[in-house]
Design a protein. Structure first.
Lengths: 721, 287
């Protein structure tokens, strides 16, 4: 725009004289210097100077014009504003400079007419400037206000657009959304929430959030709600049920959020509610399936254990409960012979009968798997309650079951446990019921058995012993004691019986009757017997070295299982060799049944041992069933008469004639077969005297000595006692 | 100025996150950097609140009007300089309220086909610019935060007017002192620089002193401005030189604003030494 101004001014110059023109140029330079910096004008310094030069010429022309007019003054003021000399200092300096310098520069100082004209032009310039600046200011104010309105329109239309978007999102969302005031008044709900709950917006607005409480709500839902309302938390999620308008229930996933105002104070609450009813029902069905047996429809093991766990977690001090653990007898045979299908139908019928016979509050019938069922009775008053249940079940199962043309008779065995819940656990209860079921089976099936803690303790102890025995042997918990075998004739110790003992770390010193039978069952008797044999032979060797001809033989018990061990002869020979013990210093004791009831092989072994020179004795003779005819063919050297026959010979003054006769007969029998006779259990001097009179060769018993460590035998042999 | 309004409305130090769909309030009770600047330049595109702050600052530091005027004069000089070098495309960042001597007026006086894109964050400045420029096909106005260089460069307005295969002049006049060190003006400049073809230009004028030069009056004025309008970060010549990383400085390099290619020696004499601001022009290097 500056170019336009300059061009127009340049066109009409020249009417002025060169002297006046020079004065005007000089004035223009002073003017430029005075106003530069007083306003922002988009011109270079030279451009400013040129612009003012043009205005000065216009002014000077007006000063001399005829007729005189003030209009150019107006124009100059206006053009100053146009060129953006909008700083008011510009006008002040201009007016002052015109008055002070212009007429002097032009060479007319003090000219009254020109001074008057100049004053008029100054006034016109100021008026023109003021009007132009006012118009420019108004125009710019107008423009900036219009810009504000535009900007606001723009902002509002964006706001409206975004509001419309959010409103659409709220309205169209598939998830239910509700907004409520902090006091719980519901302000707005979207269509999805209306549909979900079956209430209109108007109806919902009648409600307070707390009216939507459901009796099944978890306590945490409303505790968190209070925290949120108080501004202590900003959002939470919960599973929550709502009542629908039609009375049905809706399961939902709820997310509640707090909206705060600019100061952080709680302002609104926003609920996002997702209908998860279908998912919930599916979960219920899946849960039902997971907890029930598909075949019988009865609760399964998982549900039973869950219920049992609940019983235990809710227990009061004196509450009792009972279990029947039931297993069908011979189910496998039915399954194998008639097929699984029949087996399955049988289980279904059994399940039905169980369910039928056991009904009522606090009772649960479950199928544990296979043909095992369990009945839980909560709040029983004593064992009899459960026994009654078991009896009813057994009766119910008596009637034959018809399946596919077969009349099937089934029976069941039941283990019963009933007890007070405090001091026991669900696992204890299950284990004891299982054990008791096993007892019922072992006792003959088709019956119930009642848990017996003493029986259980015995079995546990047996189990513990048999389980710990192998390690006990390794750890050297066994040791051997010796009891003298005394020749009655001269009271000389001719032999010793080796007796194994177990120093158990938990149960203390155990006699053989506590563990030999177990060792036979487990087979540990073979290594244990071998260990005892070696120990005894080593001791015998020592005695032989120490006492020479006076040394006793050792008599070692041989269990049935040992006598049938094919390695027996080899083992004995090896041990004798290793101990360098002459075979006749070893006697092996076997029971009647071990010898009599055997087939040929063990007998062969005995013959081999006998041939080797080892003595064989029959232990506890007279308590078993000996074949006397057979006896004479056996490789036997000694009969040991059982201690039970010594009872009648014990008293000092009188004797039982029957016992006396038996012992006499046995002695005669033995001697007729050239066998020696040892009497066991000799406890009194009277017994010893009578046995000697009856012809018995050897005696053993407390009267002579109790079993003891080998050193005791040493003392006896030395005659210390 | 682009970021002044934004930051002012958020409240300094306490940033309220406003989603970008919610337009900022247009509150005439709050001073706007762009309108305060317009007042200092002698314009009437302003309101009472703007004038109150502008006058208060002027009372403390009367020379401020001259300072503003000098930045504006630098804009005129540098655009004319660039036109002389054949540049016909201009990206004016933080353009503010259009007043006399706008970039497009200078450019189109030389070449009616010259292209200009104005960018500002002040919605009123943008609205005013748009109404002023309605019908001028070679000029566009973009409402954006200039710190978001990626957004600016990807905008339709820039895409419509500027061809980055040809030299473009990026103008940051009296702008970067509104970008704090934390907001990393060097990174902002780098974003634009990397988009320019070699031979393009960057012009900066920036408030600042050499160390320990600032007068007490200036410090006071800055305090008022910081409190009432927006935060300013003064930088010295060395820091400003770093903004031209990747550019070759056009002579005379980083100098006081009036001393950059003055139109008359008198201009420099007046306010050259101790002027509270620097200016420079850089040309993107050929690699």
């Amino acid at each position: 725009m500056t170019d336009r101004v300059d061009q127009r001014v340049r066109e009409d110059r020249s009417p002025l004289s060169p002297a006046v023109l020079a004065g005007a140029q000089s004035f223009a330079r002073s003017w430029a210097t005075a106003v530069i910096g007083s306003s922002y004008v988009p011109m270079t310094r030279a451009e400013v100077a040129q612009h003012l030069q043009d205005l000065t010429e216009l002014l000077v022309e007006a000063l001399f014009a005829s007729p005189f007019r003030t209009a150019p003054g107006h124009e100059i003021g206006s053009r100053l504003v146009d060129a953006h000399f909008t700083g008011t200092d510009t006008l002040g300096r201009t007016v002052q400079l015109l008055g002070d310098d212009l007429l002097v520069e032009l060479g007319f100082p003090g000219d009254a007419r020109l001074t008057s004209r100049l004053t008029a032009l100054q006034g016109a310039l100021a008026a023109g400037y003021a009007r132009a600046l006012r118009e420019r200011t108004l125009a710019e104010q107008e423009a900036i206000r219009a810009a504000v309105l535009d900007a606001r329109d723009q902002a509002e239309s964006m706001l409206r657009a975004s509001e419309a978007r959010f409103r659409a999102m709220f309205t169209e969302a598939a998830i239910g959304i509700g907004i409520a005031a902090i006091d719980g008044r519901i302000l707005d709900v979207n269509q999805a929430l209306q549909d979900m709950l079956g209430f209109s917006v108007e109806e919902m607005r009648q409600y307070n959030v707390r009216d939507l409480m459901h009796p099944e709500d978890a306590g945490s839902v409303w505790r968190l709600y209070d925290q949120l309302i108080a501004g202590e938390c900003d959002h939470y999620r919960a599973e929550k049920r709502f009542h629908r308008a039609d009375g049905e229930q809706v399961w939902t996933h709820l997310t509640l959020s707090l909206v705060r105002d600019d100061h952080g104070e709680p302002q609104y609450q926003v609920a996002m509610i997702e209908d998860v009813t279908d998912r919930h029902l599916l979960q219920n069905r899946l849960r039902y399936q997971a907890l029930h047996d598909p075949l019988t429809g009865l609760p399964n093991r998982a549900l039973f254990l869950e219920r049992l766990g609940r019983v235990f977690s809710n227990r009061a001090r004196h509450v009792r409960a009972g279990l029947c653990y039931l297993d069908l007898d011979g189910f496998k045979v039915i399954n194998d012979s008639l097929g699984h299908d029949t087996g399955d139908q049988l289980l279904v019928e059994v399940g039905r009968r169980l369910d039928h016979s056991v009904s009522g509050e606090g009772k649960l019938v479950a199928r544990m798997g296979g043909d095992e069922f369990v009945i839980l009775v909560e709040g029983s008053s004593g064992e009899q309650d459960i026994v009654d249940v078991a009896d009813r079940v057994l009766t119910e199962l008596e009637a034959p079951i018809r399946i596919a043309g077969h009349e099937l008779s089934v029976s069941a065995s039941i283990g019963i446990v009933e007890r007070q819940l405090s001091g026991t656990t669900s696992a204890d209860l299950m284990r004891d019921a299982d054990i008791t079921l096993y007892w019922a089976k072992a006792d003959g099936k088709a019956r119930w058995a009642l848990y017996d803690p003493e029986r259980n303790a015995r079995e546990v102890a047996r189990f513990t012993l048999s389980a710990t025995m192998p390690r006990a042997l390794e750890r050297g918990e066994f040791y051997v004691e010796y009891q003298p075998l005394v020749r009655l004739e001269d009271s000389k110790v001719i032999g010793v019986e080796a007796l194994v003992r177990w120093q158990h770390p938990e149960f203390g010193r155990l006699a053989p009757d506590r563990f030999i039978e177990l060792a036979e069952e487990t087979g540990l008797i073979v290594p244990l017997g071998r260990w005892v044999l070696r120990k005894a032979c080593e001791e015998a060797r020592r005695w032989l070295e120490e006492f020479g001809d006076a040394a006793p033989f050792v008599s070692v018990n041989l269990a049935v299982r040992q006598s049938r061990d094919p390695e027996l002869v080899r083992d004995v020979k090896q041990i004798l060799d290793e101990c360098a013990l002459p075979p006749h210093h070893l006697q092996l004791e076997l029971t009647e049944s071990a010898i009599m009831g055997t087939a040929d092989e063990p007998l062969e072994a005995l013959r081999a041992l006998c041939d080797m020179g080892v003595r064989i004795a029959i232990d506890d003779f007279g308590t078993g069933y000996s074949n006397l005819a057979y006896l004479k063919h056996l490789p036997v050297h000694e009969l040991k008469i059982a201690g039970s026959f010594m009872e009648g010979l014990r008293a000092e003054n009188e004797e039982d004639p029957v016992d006396a006769q038996i012992v006499a007969t046995l002695v005669q029998l033995a001697h007729a077969l050239s066998l020696g006779v040892t009497a066991e259990g000799v406890e009194t001097p009277a017994q010893a005297a009578r046995l000697l009179r009856l012809g018995c060769d050897t005696g053993q018993g407390w009267f002579f000595a109790r079993p003891g460590p080998p050193e005791n035998i040493d003392s006896l042999l030395r005659g210390d006692l | 100025m682009h970021d002044g309004l934004e930051r002012f409305e958020r409240g300094w130090g306490e940033r309220v996150e406003r989603p970008n769909w919610a337009p900022a309030d247009i509150d005439l009770e709050r001073p706007s950097v762009a309108r305060v600047y317009d007042y200092w330049l002698g314009g009437a595109h302003n309101f009472a609140a703007d004038r109150a702050v502008a006058q208060k600052t002027l009372e403390t530091m009367p020379e401020l009007r001259g300072v503003v005027l000098n930045h504006r004069a630098f804009l005129r000089r540098v655009v004319r300089h660039l036109l002389g070098r054949g540049v016909r495309q201009f990206l004016d960042l933080g353009s503010g309220i259009p007043t006399v001597g706008n970039v497009h007026e200078i450019v189109q006086a030389t070449d009616p086909e010259g292209r200009v894109v104005y960018v500002d964050l002040d919605p009123v400045a943008v609205a005013h610019s748009r109404s002023l420029l309605a019908g001028n096909d070679h000029v566009s106005v973009l409402h954006a935060d200039v710190r978001d260089w990626a957004g600016v460069l990807a905008s339709d307005e820039v895409d419509k007017q500027l061809d980055f295969d040809e030299p473009v002049a990026v103008l940051m006049i009296a702008l970067l002192h509104f970008v704090s060190d934390e907001e990393d003006p060097w990174d902002v400049v780098g974003g634009y620089r990397d988009h320019l073809s070699p031979g393009s230009f960057l012009a900066i004028s920036h408030a600042g002193y050499e160390a320990d030069e600032e007068t007490e009056a200036s410090r006071q004025a800055r305090k008022i401005y910081n409190r009432d309008v927006t935060q300013m970060t003064f930088r010295d010549a060395t820091e400003i030189r770093r903004l031209f990383d990747g550019f070759e400085l056009v002579d005379p390099g980083v100098v006081r604003v009036p001393a950059w290619h003055p139109e008359s020696p008198a201009d420099v004499e007046e306010s050259g030494r101790g002027f509270p601001g620097f200016a420079a022009l850089g040309r993107k290097a050929w690699r």
